[in-house]
Design a protein around this ligand. Sequence first.
Ligand SMILES: [Fe+2]
Ligand SMILES: [Fe+2]
Length: 174
Amino acid sequence: MNGPLYDFFEKDHRRIEELLKKATADRHHIDEQGYHAFRTGLLRHIKMEEKILFPAAQKANGNVPLPLQAKLRLDHGALTALMVVPPSPDIITVLWHVLEKHDELEEQPGGMYDVCENLTRNETARLLDQLRRTPEVPVQPYNPAAYALDSARRALQRAGFDFETILHGKTENG
Ligand SMILES: [Fe+2]
Ligand SMILES: [Fe+2]
C-alpha cells in the first residue's frame, strides 16, 4: 500500500496532467487560462519536491543525495525551461513525453516517492502540512525569443532528452 506522501504527489501528478490535457485539447488553440493553471500547478509541484520532499529525504539519509535525485533535478530544470516558451504543438508533445518519463521515475515501485516516504516516516504529518501550505509560484509571461527555446533544448539535453528525437522518433539504429 502506498503511503500518504506518495498519494499526495501521485494525486498532484494526475491533477496536473488533467490541466494540461484540458488546456491543450486543441493544440493549435491553447486555452490560455487553462494553460496558466497547468504552468503554475507544475511549478508549484516541482517546488514542493525540490524544497520540501527531497531535502527532507536527503537529510534523513545522512545528508547523502538519493540515487535518482540528480536525474530528477535535471528533469525539473528541463520542465521549468519548457514553461518559459510559448506552448506550440511541438512543445506540448515534448512536455507530455518528459512528464510521462519523469513521473514514472517518481511513482514506480521503489522509485523516488517510495524512497522518500520510507526515509521520512517519522515526520509525515509535518511534511504534509508544509506541502499543503506551499504557495503558488509566480510565473512570467512567455518568452518567444529563439534563445529561450535554445535554452529549453539544452536543458532537455542535460536531462537526457533530445527535442528532435522526441518529435520525430528515433532516426538512427531503430
Ligand atoms: Fe518531479
Ligand atoms: Fe512529481
